[in-house]
Design a protein around this ligand. Structure first.
Ligand SMILES: [Zn+2]
Length: 260
């Protein structure tokens, strides 16, 4: 049981690997495409090294701080910040802001992670915490989270029409882009979060309710598992395996596989 940590091949990325990824593989065109329907300003945020304990020495003090990137001219500036901090995680704020930094609306999202799934082998999050394995997860949990994502997507289809599933590194996100969803009030979001939770979906209520506004940036690197955060077409989800899928395995992992 001690060995249990992450599915095969998933592991924290080193600073050099983060740098290699953001210099060579990170595509700003994709990020731009992601936000093409968003009206207003987007805030980004990074976390340099909270979970991995891997950070540039000069940012030791800020390794566990959420650093907000809200002053930038273009996405190229955002990329430069990322290359400066070499963070384990990159997020964006689902709140949409106007020029005076007032909140206009909020993107609705659902977050499904292995920690909210009870594994027949490893148990619940509480069980894992007790063993000091709070962030550990296995291939079965990854599969279970995917199955839940498929059924939640189906469930939400009755209500929304513009949804995108994103593989988030450890689990999946469902982003809702319907205009109506952007305009939902706090109370309605909370209600929806409770409703899907009551239906048995392992979602993080805070994310759907809007209290936790940060969400992982698609096309960024998840530094804990060395996987690229990627949108996956709903019809492709059944055959999607994040352990080896081309789209989410970064070059530095592929290269290592060739060597070893
Ligand atoms: Zn498990």
């Amino acid at each position: 049981m001690k060995e249990y940590y992450q599915p095969q091949g998933m592991r924290p990325a080193s600073l050099r690997e983060r740098e290699q990824f953001y210099r060579q593989e990170f595509r700003l065109e994709n990020v731009k495409e992601w936000f093409k329907k968003t009206v207003g300003r987007i805030w980004f945020a990074v976390i340099i090294g909270t979970h991995t304990g891997i950070y540039p020495e000069k940012y030791k003090e800020d390794a566990s701080t959420k650093i907000v990137i809200d002053e930038y001219q273009s996405l190229a500036d955002v990329k430069n910040y990322i290359l400066e901090f070499l963070p384990e995680s990159v997020y964006y704020d689902r709140n949409v802001y106007d020029e005076d930094n007032r909140i206009i609306s909020q993107e609705l999202a659902f977050d499904l992670d292995p920690e909210n799934v009870t594994c027949p082998i490893h148990g619940s999050l509480a069980d894992k915490m007790q063993r000091g394995q709070g962030l550990s997860f296995c291939e079965l949990e990854l599969q279970m989270v995917k199955d839940y994502t498929v059924s939640l997507y189906d469930y939400l289809r009755k209500r929304f029409s513009l949804m995108t599933v994103v593989y988030s590194g450890r689990g999946y996100h469902i982003h809702v882009f319907d205009e109506e969803a952007y305009g939902m009030k706090r109370k309605a979001r909370k209600q929806l979060a409770r409703e899907v939770k009551a239906k048995g979906f392992p979602v993080d209520e805070w994310v759907t309710a809007g209290e936790m506004r940060l969400i992982r940036l698609p096309f960024s690197l998840h530094g804990l598992v060395s996987r690229i955060v990627v949108p996956v077409q709903f019809k492709e989800l059944g055959g999607f395996d994040p352990v080896k899928d081309e789209r989410c395995v970064p070059q530095f992992v592929k290269q290592q596989d060739v060597i070893s």
